[in-house]
Design a protein around this ligand. Structure first.
Ligand SMILES: *Cc1c(COP(=O)(O)O)cnc(C)c1O
Length: 367
């Protein structure tokens, strides 16, 4: 037998740049750490969700309901949807992966935008597809550029609305125009991970479009406003044929029992969501204003994070600011991989964290 023979990953797998999550540790010796790198909820999870997870430990020898029926029903009731059009997943990342696996043949193209969420690229490549980047204008998805990138090989288009890491969004009219310009065989995926945070009259998460089209899917998550990132719960709302196809491809028990219970409880706790929205509204605008006063450009955000742009001089670069903040326990997110080599993304945190970052950056910019 040939000694040099070894298993080889499928074509394209070794071209994938593995996802780099936000850091969770700061410099050694720092007393208190404020993790502002992954857009988590500074108020934590709903107390009801915590209690639900405690309860499930008594019965964890049992397999979960593979169809996550109680969770789909809770989501459906909350959003006025038909539970048959909902699929739950192990974080919304999983359902994004299922969509590419299900709708891309090797060589098919998947489109996402210049500063779009990097998970789309990873899953397009993992499915053997070809990632196509559409340019943005003013750090916002550009409908004309996306439509111009469509070819006969295009099978899927991803937009995050609002987008991470920019926090910018497309108004409903623009999303409609995008959909109207796509051929019927192209699946439009609207990733609305931050929908609950948006306070704009011209925004719609995607429910309306999904309900009136055969080729639109909306994805959502419990990781952001519901404060359940560690539990891994996502869901998608789509046409019956899409949900049917995804259900054939997914793992039979993709959402675990604790996640189902936590998700049902979180859906029922509207007060927690409202408190989180109010906290975010207050501090998002406060932070934007404070950074502007410091002379730092901030991309206008409708989500729970801000993209902060740093000056050109090396001494005050994003990398230098990141080191400075890390040494003081503030963990922000570097976004070079998203086409922003001189910016940091900051999650809106607790009052203490927000004031702390502004105070630290004030000092940092002084000398
Ligand atoms: C955080 C985030 C998600 C959510 O991912 P989960 O797998 O549900 O934790 C999805 N899309 C975008 C754009 C995000 O920023």
């Amino acid at each position: 037998m040939e000694k040099t023979l070894r298993p080889e990953p499928r074509k394209g797998v070794m071209d994938i740049a593995a996802y780099v999550p936000g850091k969770s540790t700061a410099a050694a010796g720092v007393e208190k750490i404020h993790k502002l790198s992954s857009n988590e909820n500074p108020l934590g999870a709903s107390p009801a969700a915590k209690e639900a997870v405690r309860r499930i430990t008594e019965t964890m020898e049992f397999y979960p309901d593979g169809a996550a029926t109680r969770l789909r029903t809770a989501i459906a009731e909350r959003h006025g949807l038909n539970p048959a059009n909902i699929i739950c997943s192990n974080g919304s990342d999983e359902v994004i992966g299922l969509l590419t696996q299900t709708y891309l043949n090797p060589g098919d193209e998947g489109i996402f935008t210049e500063h779009g969420f990097l998970v789309y690229k990873i899953y397009i490549q993992a499915a053997g597809g070809v990632p196509i980047v559409a340019r943005e204008s003013r750090e916002t998805a550009d409908v004309d550029a996306i439509l111009a990138a469509v070819t006969p090989r295009t099978k899927i288009v991803f937009i995050a609305n609002p987008n991470n890491p920019t926090g910018t969004y497309l108004p409903l009219e623009e999303v409609r125009r995008l959909h109207a310009g796509l051929p019927g065989n192209v699946l439009l995926v609207i990733d609305a991970a931050y929908a609950e945070y948006v306070r704009r009259n011209d925004y719609e998460a995607g429910i309306e479009l999904v309900s009136s089209a055969e080729n639109v899917v909306m994805t959502r998550t419990f990781s952001k406003i519901h404060g359940l990132g560690g539990m891994r719960i996502g869901w998608a709302y789509g046409p019956a044929q899409v949900v049917d196809a995804l259900n054939r491809v997914r793992a039979p028990f993709n959402v675990n029992a604790a996640a189902i219970e936590a998700g049902v409880a979180a859906m029922g706790d509207r007060g927690h969501v409202e408190r989180t929205v109010l906290h975010n509204e207050k501090w998002l605008s406060w932070l934007s204003e404070e950074f502007r006063k410091l002379g730092l450009r901030v991309t206008p955000s409708v989500a729970n994070f801000l993209l902060i742009h740093f000056p050109e001089d090396i001494k005050h670069s994003a990398a230098a600011a990141d080191d400075y903040l890390l040494a003081r326990g503030y963990i922000l997110r570097r976004v070079g991989a998203y086409g922003f080599p001189n910016a940091l993304r900051m999650t809106v945190g607790s009052e203490e964290a927000n004031r702390g970052v502004v105070a630290a950056l004030t000092e940092f910019l002084k000398d």
